[in-house]
Each structure stands twice: as C-alpha cells, then as structure tokens.
Design a protein around this ligand. Structure first.
Ligand code: NDP
Ligand code: 8X3
Length: 252
C-alpha cells in the first residue's frame, strides 16, 4: 500500500514542491489550500505523471469548521504517514506601532491557529494508526527577530515552540515531529507579504541566489526518510549567501 502525505499550502512554493517530490516517490497525496483551480490542476498533473492518487481539499486553515471537515474523508485516506504543516504567510513589514492589525490577525490565524487546527485532526489519525511524522515549516524568522518582522517572527517562534511541544505530547505515540526552518526562499512569499507589489517582492532576492522551493522539499524528504529510530528535531536551511536574517551577501 502506498504511503500518504497531507500537505497544507500545496498550491505554490514549498508546498507545491513537496507535492511534486513526494508524488515522484509514489506517495498518495492529500493537498489542501484555498485556490481550487490550482489544486485541481496540480492534482491532475501529478496523478497523470506519477500514477498516484490525489485528494484535494479546498479549505482555509483559519476556518476551524472547514478543517474539521477533513474528518469526512474516507477512512483509507486517514492513514496519513506524513503531515506537512506548510500553509503560512507574512503580511506587511512595518514597525510595531504602525503595523496593520488586520495583517496581524491573518498571520496569527494562519501560521499558528491554522497549523493547530490541522494538527489536532491529523495527529488523532496518526495516534489511531500508531505511526506518523509531522513536519512543521517554521522559519529563520522563528529563530531570530529582525527589524519590522515583529508579528510574523512571533508566529514562527510559536511554530518553533509548538514543534517542541508536539514532540513531547506525541512521544508516547511514537509520532515523529520535525521543524524545518528556511531562510529566504524564492516563492510567492514576498509577493504575498507586499500585497502584490511584484517590484518590491523581486528586490528581496536581488543580487544573491536564494533557496528554491525544491531545496526545502529535499530537506523535508531527508527528514522523512530517516530510519525509524532517527528523528530530525530541527533543521535550519539557508542560502549560502545568507548568514542570518540581517547579513546577506548581495553582489549587485
Ligand atoms: P507561497 O506564498 O509560495 O505559498 C504559500 C502557500 O500557503 C500557498 O499554497 C497558499 O495557498 C497557502 N496558504 C496561505 N494561506 C492559507 C490559508 N489560510 N489556508 C490554506 N492555505 C493557505 O509561500 P512559501 O511556499 O514560501 O511558504 C510556505 C511556508 O514556508 C510558509 O509557512 C512560510 O511562512 C514558510 N517560509 C517561507 C520562506 C520564504 O522565504 N519563502 C522562508 C521561511 C519560511 P492558497 O493561497 O491557495 O490558499
Ligand atoms: C521567511 C523568511 O527572513 O523573510 O520566513 O522572514 S524571512
């Protein structure tokens, strides 16, 4: 029987790269995100190209009731081996005194509460199956705070904390928990952060080669394919040109 991975935020960037990589390794997939058309087209491509089964779930992870509907999936689909808690975003880059409180709500609700809602449902499936691996996508922003990063950083510090907490709470169930913390990755992330300002988004990656989504998918794949007795607790992955959130070698 094929293994199953559930990937949140599968319509772009890191989540999409994970979907492709896991599909290429013959995992069946549950792909969750808000953009139905993108999900459908990815599902069609991957099932044709790799002969795998794909279920799509159009849902906003902030919507508790919508996430709860995962329970309506057929029982066979609840045998999830790997959960990749990837759906997440940043909105804005402003000082604490002038940040937009609606942006704060979106980040906290998506990056923290959404991750929790999905984890609650799927960790119970894993407990019933007596096996599973949860991969939480944190960030370098959850390891160091940078100027104007305030609330986004706080959400990723929360992910880092929850990653540790999950490992404790799920220990007796032998469920692995891994935190993956990327530095700058060239995805739709900056376009979303700057609300469609593509020029400003492009500048984030000027003069250096950032990570590509595939690099992070490969790091996740490494963590997921360790032997049963090995768990990768935490992995920080940076572009070679990025020492930390403030020191970047830009060659312009
Ligand atoms: P992208 O913007 O390219 O992809 C984000 C994905 O998350 C999309 O598939 C989007 O799908 C989904 N998503 C966003 N909000 C929701 C929601 N409310 N409900 C369901 N799905 C949602 O960004 P990345 O691939 O870069 O980001 C993936 C993760 O990696 C995030 O958690 C991000 O914080 C983290 N990260 C990114 C870094 C970077 O530099 N790019 C660095 C470190 C961490 P849709 O819009 O269809 O719902
Ligand atoms: C995304 C990386 O440094 O822009 O999490 O916050 S950073």
């Amino acid at each position: 029987m094929s293994k199953i991975a559930l990937i949140t935020g599968a319509t772009a960037g890191i989540g999409e790269a994970c979907a492709r990589l896991f599909a290429s390794q013959k995992y069946d997939l549950i792909l969750l995100a808000r953009r139905a058309e993108r999900l459908d087209s990815l599902a069609e491509t991957l099932s044709k190209e790799f002969g795998i089964k794909v279920k799509t779930v159009v849902a906003d992870v902030r919507d508790k009731a919508a996430v709860q509907k995962l329970e309506n999936l057929p029982e066979d689909w609840k045998k999830v081996d790997v959960l990749i808690n990837n759906a997440g975003l940043s909105r804005g880059l402003d000082p604490i005194n002038s940040g937009d409180t609606d942006d704060w709500d979106v980040m906290i609700d998506t990056n923290v509460k959404g991750l929790l809602y999905v984890t609650k449902v799927v960790s119970n499936w894993m407990i019933n199956n007596s096996t599973g691996h949860i991969v939480n996508i944190g960030s370098i922003a959850g390891k160091e705070t940078y100027i104007n990063g305030n609330v986004y950083c706080a959400t990723k510090y929360a992910v880092d904390s929850l990653n540790q907490a999950m490992r404790i709470d799920l220990l007796s169930h032998k469920i692995k928990v891994t935190g993956i913390h990327p530095g700058a990755v060239s995805t739709e992330f900056s376009e979303v952060r700057f609300k469609g300002d593509t020029e400003r988004a492009k500048k984030v990656y000027d003069g250096f080669e950032p990570l590509h989504a595939q690099d992070i998918a490969e790091a996740i794949w490494f963590a997921v394919t360790r032997p049963a007795h090995v768990n990768i607790n935490d992995m920080i992955v940076m572009a070679t040109a990025q020492a930390n959130t403030t020191h970047l070698l830009r060659e312009i």
